[in-house]
Design a protein around this ligand. Sequence first.
Ligand code: 13P
Length: 256
Amino acid sequence: MKRQYLVAGNWKMNGSLKANAELLAGIAAKREEVSAVELLVCPPAIYLDSVGKALPEAVRLGAQNLCEQTKAGAFTGELLGGMLTELGCRYVLVGHSERRSLYGESDERVAEKYKAAQAQELIPVLCIGETLAEREAGTTEAVLSRQLKAVLDLCGIESFAKAVIAYEPVWAIGTGKTATPAQAQEAHAFIRGLLAGQSATIAGSTRLLYGGSVKPDNANELFACEDIDGGLIGGASLKASDFIGIALAAQALSAV
Ligand code: 13P
């Protein structure tokens, strides 16, 4: 049996009180049609409270980032994992490529955030992926190994029993250029193989999401791949019909 599909919306720095309410209403109206799929929305932190209160039935809440600290203190502008949990977050994205490239998050910092998330009852969605230059240089696997190793070294393989991994090739994010199902499957199988090298059980149960220009019309072929357990959706998660359209692809595959 395949793992339960997870379709997650990363709203990034988008939304407004009005737009969020409309988006959530659109998701709520169709939630039942995708009942086999776990749905997650990750709004900007300032909206976690209001989105959490208006969350459709059986839709999970997640944050886009957290501080690597585990105790409150003098860290201006940062968000403690416990604060996110208090607002109802179950998940938190960690190490998104935009955090790594625009805000200088190193592999080690990302690993610390992953650890802090788990220490505060959040499920980290660890984002990894190579840039176009790295792919063209033939270093995709080395990059994925390095990014994953930082977390494995700090937290161990057992930690992946309570984590999700999102493979997001940087060249496919927001570009409209999706990895082919074969490219995505190859990377996913490689990542699962790295986990399996330490524990076959954990490797078999950890969900691996694909992210990068997932749309309703390409979700089916991606999600049908053996090692792809759902998607981390950027642009298309901002429109209820697209987000649900993607979830419908997962729903159809769940019934197989
Ligand atoms: P797009 O779906 O807009 O390419 O974004 C993917 C992403 O970065 C999700 O985290």
